[in-house]
Design a protein around this ligand. Sequence first.
Ligand SMILES: Cc1cc2nc3c(=O)[nH]c(=O)nc-3n(C[C@H](O)[C@H](O)[C@H](O)COP(=O)(O)OP(=O)(O)OC[C@H]3O[C@@H](n4cnc5c(N)ncnc54)[C@H](O)[C@@H]3O)c2cc1C
Length: 374
Amino acid sequence: MAEKSFKYIILGGGVSAGYAAREFEKQGVKPGELAIISKEAVWFSRLSTLVLCISHITLNYISRWLLMNAPRSAKGAARLPGFHVCVGSGGEPQPPEWYTEKGITLILSTEIVKADLVSKTLTSAAGDTFIYEVLIIATGSTVLRLEDFGIEGANLKNIFYLREIEDADKLVQAIGNKKDGKALVVGGGYIGLELSSALIVNNFQVSMVYPEPWCMPRLFTADMAAFYEGYYTKKGVNIIKGTVAAGFVSNDNGEVKEVKLKDGRVEEADMVVVGVGAKPLINLFKGQVEEEKGGIKFYGDNAGDSVVFGDHDPASEKPKFGTYWLKDGKVVGAFLEGGTPEENTAISNVAKVQPSASSLESLASEGLEFASKI
Ligand SMILES: Cc1cc2nc3c(=O)[nH]c(=O)nc-3n(C[C@H](O)[C@H](O)[C@H](O)COP(=O)(O)OP(=O)(O)OC[C@H]3O[C@@H](n4cnc5c(N)ncnc54)[C@H](O)[C@@H]3O)c2cc1C
């Protein structure tokens, strides 16, 4: 069994690994010092998964709401190369040759089955060992399933998730089989919003159910969410907030036909799509790292107060709005919907530079102009 040693190892070959490799390169990592180990057979196949999901069911990476606005001829349009890791944030594409050129070793088709953080050794399913000085864990997440919560009927046919390419294939097939049917989307996060859009575009009657007071509550402020909820409603999505799916009823074929909500309502559904989150894949490190909320403890900080600026009326022809987050006199975060490429660059610059600002009120009144001065 082979043994290899590297100064740095990134475990996982997904999105984070791509960004980390770019940063290593920027910091001047020397040829041979860095290796990336991934169980995927193809570099960035997870990202390709997303690209494929996106091209299959026409999700728009940058502006979800635009999707429902897009002409039907836009369906299926692939968005490479803009979708490559790091291109979206202004970097160069990172195909496998990029890594070879930079002296970064890609070790594919290699699943790590044991990690010993004391001896700094990873062991693969084939029995090979990899020694590191510094390990970066980038193993990603796995989807949370309703069966995990013991929900009645959660394993019925036509209840779908979206994480892997196989999930996307099944979903695309069901969309074809249940043409113009009724779909219920469980969850008001990224997956819920994206899938509701895709289902509307495919002529489904869509209801979306989530327990929170607004969609994407961990990312959107109430003002930001109000725009998207208004827009989705205008496009025909029936948003049901403040409750959850509590059970599923089947027809004679074992397919879902009704969803029982916790508040007593019952919704008809030919198919259900579930997007209730993901859990970090940290089994390899159990007992070796400090855990918090099902993942490795994150030593971070939360962003201060927020203010929305611009036209965030969902009924507008061309809404364009943004949000700034202000903390201790500094703008620590920025968001923009409907911006031009130049405006998007200006906004991302604000997030990078974190300039000072006197108050939320001044940021609200200056809006994009504030960003253009940075
Ligand atoms: C359908 C869908 C759409 C999305 N859309 C967006 C979007 O529009 N914008 C956005 O910012 N985010 C989006 N996301 C989220 C984004 O994909 C994730 O945030 C991102 O992939 C996380 O990056 P990661 O590197 O942590 O994990 P991943 O990209 O999942 O990579 C983890 C890698 O680790 C490998 N791995 C795991 N365990 C092992 C092991 N034991 N041995 C070897 N290799 C291992 C995996 O095979 C994988 O290659 C979307 C997600 C999905 C599912």
